[in-house]
Design a protein around this ligand. Structure first.
Ligand code: HEC
Ligand code: HEC
Ligand code: HEC
Ligand code: HEC
Length: 216
């Protein structure tokens, strides 16, 4: 009897965690006014509208129904190439950076979190937010110091000339290049799902994300 009750309590405690797995609600990407996230809007109650809208979305972004005002901030890498000599892309409007531009539109700190193409996100406030824009903390990706980040907008090298080789990634792999063959933020992250924080596509244990592409 006693054991049974303990079991029921354990199930009850686990239930909310199971129910919320895989949803964006109350993650750091839920900027809606009712979110439990520290950074959120004072008025907008829709979660999706900070990134998507059903009508009048941004044309030609290659992100589905994109609603967030896009950044025009170019990237600076120093050195300007990878260790293999691959030139890193700097123009944020280049095709190689299409997917990552969507993410940088909040993460580079130049566009307000509530600045939308159709509608308004209201005034977004919270820690590390100044004038509605991300202004500090580890989640601000400094576009002037991109060498601190894994390369983006680069493709699988044609030949193995470095210390490591590159795998041919099957299309079934969640961690992958984009449809044009480039590494993007979305190669490793799923902005909707925080099951593997911080918004990772798979469990990073044993370097599984990295060895999806790198053959080491
Ligand atoms: C913080 C930004 C952000 C928020 C908020 C967000 N999304 Fe997304 N969503 C994205 C990005 C970026 C992509 C494109 C992913 C890619 O191509 O790698 C995407 C893609 C999608 C897709 C197409 C891909 C697929 O799996 O079919 C759907 C559908 C979608 N989102 C629905 C939603 C809904 C519904 C909500 C609200 C509950 C939401 N999103 C909130 C950023 C967001
Ligand atoms: C609408 C604005 C917005 C867009 C677009 C956006 N993010 Fe975020 N993201 C945020 C905010 C706000 C935070 C929380 C920042 C903080 O707490 O300092 C965050 C946090 C994160 C985190 C850290 C989560 C954690 O647990 O600490 C990751 C990873 C992340 N975002 C990845 C992405 C990726 C990848 C994309 C594009 C697919 C993206 N974001 C697009 C607003 C955005
Ligand atoms: C090659 C895989 C990969 C790519 C590409 C990638 N990330 Fe990440 N990101 C990770 C991993 C793994 C973590 C977990 C912490 C770590 O290992 O640094 C992370 C952590 C983060 C964090 C949390 C802060 C931190 O430093 O831990 C943010 C925010 C973030 N990524 C945003 C982005 C954005 C925006 C892009 C595109 C500009 C991007 N990521 C591209 C793999 C990647
Ligand atoms: C989607 C495929 C993909 C994933 C996932 C991936 N990488 Fe990479 N990585 C690349 C490509 C492509 C390059 C650039 C190759 C070149 O120089 O042309 C690269 C470059 C690098 C470099 C050299 C950077 C430089 O500036 O020269 C390191 C180090 C690295 N990756 C480590 C990692 C780690 C650690 C992870 C896991 C967090 C990871 N990679 C995940 C594809 C990937």
């Amino acid at each position: 009897m006693r054991k049974g009750r303990v079991f029921l309590i354990a199930v009850a405690l686990l239930a909310p965690a199971i129910a919320s797995a895989g949803t964006i609600a109350n993650t750091k990407h839920d900027l809606s006014a009712t979110s439990t996230a520290a950074i959120k809007s004072g008025s907008q109650t829709d979660t999706c509208v900070f990134c998507h809208v059903s009508h009048n979305s941004a044309p030609g972004v290659a992100r589905p129904l994109w609603s967030h005002t896009l950044t025009n901030q170019n990237l600076t890498w120093a050195p300007t190439t990878t260790v293999r000599g691959t030139v890193l892309p700097t123009s944020i409007t280049s095709a190689a950076l299409t997917g990552s531009r969507a993410c940088m539109s909040c993460h580079d700190g130049t566009v307000a979190l509530g600045d939308l193409l159709n509608g308004t996100g209201g005034t977004v406030t919270g820690p590390n937010v100044t004038a509605g824009k991300l202004s500090g903390g580890v989640n601000l990706i400094n576009p002037a110091a991109m060498q601190s980040n894994h390369p983006i907008g680069v493709a699988k090298p044609a030949a193995a000339t470095g210390f490591t080789s590159f795998k041919t990634v099957p299309s079934s792999s969640p961690v992958n290049y984009d449809s044009a063959g480039y590494v993007q933020c979305g190669s490793c992250h799923n902005p909707h799902d925080n099951t593997f924080a911080p918004f990772l596509k798979i469990d990073p244990a044993s370097g599984a994300i990295c060895t999806s592409c790198h053959d080491i």
